[in-house]
Design a protein around this ligand. Structure first.
Ligand code: IPM
Ligand code: MG
Length: 352
């Protein structure tokens, strides 16, 4: 198979971790006789520095013309500390999501048997946790009307959802629940928000078509509490953009390191695969960041192209590396491997 993969490494540790995922993909390609053509493109702070736009048209073209996109991370402290900055790296990410129609962000959270002791939560709470957060990604308060009053003393952000936007994400969430343990939790704030009441109404109207799925509804504050108290209670969680942003970071704590969790953003055009962590600028260029989240994102990429055996081998390689202690410093400070060493080890394992 010939694969065209857009590579948007981005800022901070982005280039280093993406390079490891490419090593892994190359090893897979060699073993299974695939041909991978990578097309790099700029995004985020580095794109602002280069062309003044965090998601330039040329980058969008690359994404549109690829079979899948591998994404690193974006963000730079020089923008975080300057609230008056007109253009920000994050706008590039939001523009990419909107223009590619990436309305769903899929974040699987499962524990790794060899790393159970890394979770700050008690072993009996986390052991066996296996859930997926399906976050709506192109609507809600992120994209609603926003602004400042003329005298600058008032600001507003609006949360808007249409029935159609809610239906398509719920449909996807139901299909995930169907493939898994057939339990779906709709997380909202229907006791306060009009948009949440619409979400609940739409979800309830879809229940009849999915009789074998057990659906429950939970207010987001309660869900935030239950998620770390009884993570095993959850199978598929579906929620709107902002709640999903928060809940999915919280869910990552279950596994013990943010450096382990992959994600897929899917929708109308090309899907994008990226680690859930950020650009970790303090570690940039030091060869210490954990590449596993990006490597597992590459596994999700392979799955999305129906290369299931290939993806399974990548997952096997990652599990083996964790078991054998071939890990970066976030997992083991005493005996830490470099980012590039982990990538080399994984590629070698795959090559066999
Ligand atoms: C994420 C990130 C982004 C978001 C930021 C960087 C804009 O936190 O992908 O979860 O809030 O969606
Ligand atoms: Mg986030």
């Amino acid at each position: 198979m010939k694969l065209n993969i857009g590579v948007l490494a981005g800022d901070g540790i982005g280039p280093e971790i993406v390079a490891q995922a490419q090593k892994v993909l190359d090893a897979v390609a060699t073993k299974y006789n695939h041909e991978i053509v990578y097309t790099p493109a700029i995004v985020g702070a580095c794109a602002i520095d280069e062309v003044g736009d965090p998601y330039p048209e040329a980058t969008h073209e690359v994404c549109m013309n690829s079979d899948a996109v591998l994404f690193g991370a974006i963000g730079d402290p020089k923008f975080d500390n300057d609230p008056s900055a007109k253009v920000r790296p994050e706008q590039g990410l939001l523009a990419m999501r909107k223009k590619l129609g990436l309305y769903a962000n899929i974040r699987p959270v499962a524990t790794f048997p060899s790393l159970l002791d890394k979770s700050p939560l008690r072993l009996d709470i986390v052991e066996g946790s296996d859930l997926v957060v399906v976050r709506e990604l192109t609507g809600g308060i992120y994209f609603g009307e926003k602004g400042r009053s003329e005298d600058l003393t008032k600001a507003f952000d609006t949360c808007t959802y249409t029935t159609e936007e809610i239906e398509r994400i719920l449909k996807l969430a139901f299909s995930y629940a169907d493939k898994r343990d057939k339990r779906l939790t709709v997380v909202d704030k229907a006791n306060v928000l009009a948009t949440s009441r619409l979400w609940r109404q739409v979800a309830q109207s879809m229940e009849a078509d999915h009789k074998d799925i057990e659906v429950d509804y939970m207010f987001v504050d309660n869900a935030a509490m239950q998620l770390i108290q009884w993570p095993k209670k959850f199978d598929v969680i579906v929620t709107e953009n902002m709640f999903g942003d928060i809940i999915s970071d919280e869910a990552s704590v279950i596994t013990g390191s943010l450096g382990l969790l992959p994600s897929a953003s899917v929708g109308v055009h090309t899907s994008v695969f990226e680690p859930i962590h950020g650009s970790y600028p303090q570690a940039a260029g030091k060869d210490i960041a954990n590449p596993v989240a990006t490597v597992l994102s590459a596994a999700m990429l392979l799955e999305s192209l129906d290369l299931l055996e290939e993806a399974a081998l990548v997952r096997e390689a990652v599990n083996k590396s964790l078991e054998e202690g071939v890990v970066t410093e976030d997992i083991n400070k005493e005996k830490a491997y470099k980012t590039s060493e982990v990538g080399d080890w994984l590629a070698k394992y795959i090559a066999g």
